[in-house]
Design a protein around this ligand. Structure first.
Ligand code: FES
Ligand code: FE
Length: 322
């Protein structure tokens, strides 16, 4: 995974900001690598979760003196990654080689993002997620035994809504999909004005004819705006590969309504929807998304997926694809 230049230079959401306390580091997995998150006075840090002395996991340590302290021999690493104190030899300056493997990290939309490479851009700017006129909620993380491209394509797949989510996001008796427009640009894919009848578009139980506009922002980040009953529900779906076979997904919501509805109800609805998707996505074979369009069969209603596969091919995405 670390050899995939596209993947390595992406930002991934690895944890909620609220999960990372001040004094305690947090262990996460990203692209098969153990990563430790911790906070110093100047912000959040993401390092390889490994002490260079004897290879202990730094995430088992603690934060003291604005340093991350290894659990084994208490070497203290400053925010720069440099070891600044070795208690067994307190009067000798630690060697320059005593340095953590430091990655870039940032806090955005209530999530902690990490990249193992040098991305040209920050995580995508999504105005709805910062707009005070919208109510923002975070769903997840959702664990999948599957690879990222299959999971993201499931988010883009409108044809399964009346089938897998029948009674909620569609009606199996109204499974025919409308024609819709897809636009591909070097920056991603947009699918506009997809009209679907939904018995329960958002867990409030009010049926509606909804209108979706989907957007693929990054190889493993997409979103939709769903208009229904004169209201707008936005959802961004972020997939983070934890290792070759496993991923987590986050669902970020921004709604211009339901300001009083309990968060648990809105997120509980999403949990149900994802629990319906999970066994299907985990069952897909091959696990790798075929980018050669001669593989698998494609319908008019699969246009977004077709454009997504073409775009991944153009980007040179290797991970999760065949
Ligand atoms: Fe970390 Fe020894 S293994 S200080
Ligand atoms: Fe689904």
């Amino acid at each position: 995974m670390l050899n995939d230049p596209v993947l390595v230079n992406e930002w991934f959401a690895v944890a909620r900001s609220s999960e990372l306390a001040l004094a305690k580091p947090l262990a996460v997995r990203l692209l098969g690598l153990d990563v430790v998150l911790w906070r110093s006075a100047d912000g959040v840090h993401a390092w390889q979760d490994l002490c260079i002395h004897r290879g202990a996991k730094l995430s088992l340590g603690a934060v003291r003196h604005d340093c991350l302290v290894c659990p084994y021999h208490a070497w203290e690493y400053a925010a720069s990654g440099q070891c600044v104190l070795i208690p067994a030899q307190p009067n000798q300056p630690p060697p320059l080689k005593a340095h953590a493997n430091v990655f870039r990290a940032l806090d955005k939309y209530g999530l902690l993002w990490v990249t193992l490479g040098e991305p040209a851009h920050d995580p995508p700017d999504i105005p709805q997620l910062l707009d005070p006129g919208f109510r923002q909620l975070i769903g997840g993380s959702y664990a999948f035994h599957a690879q990222g491209p299959r999971i993201l394509e499931n988010f883009l797949d409108v044809g399964h809504l009346p089938i897998v989510h029948g009674g909620l996001l569609g009606d199996p008796a109204l499974a025919e999909m409308p024609a819709y427009e897809v636009e591909s640009t070097p920056d991603g894919v947009i699918a506009r004005d997809i009209a679907i009848w939904q018995p329960d578009p958002d867990g409030t139980g009010r049926p509606a004819q909804v209108l979706y506009t989907y957007k693929v922002h990054r190889p493993l980040i997409a979103s939709f705006v769903k208009l229904h009953n004169g209201q707008s529900m936005f959802m961004a779906y972020l997939v983070t590969p934890t290792d070759e076979q496993h991923s987590i997904a986050w669902a970020l919501f921004a709604m211009d309504y339901a300001h009083d509805m309990p968060a648990e109800e809105i997120l509980g609805f999403q949990d149900v929807v994802i629990a319906q998707d999970k066994p299907v996505v985990e069952s897909q074979r091959p696990e790798l998304l075929p980018l050669d369009l001669r593989e698998e069969l494609h319908l008019r209603s699969d246009q977004t997926a077709i454009a997504y596969r073409r775009w991944l091919l153009e980007l040179g995405m290797k991970y999760g694809t065949a």
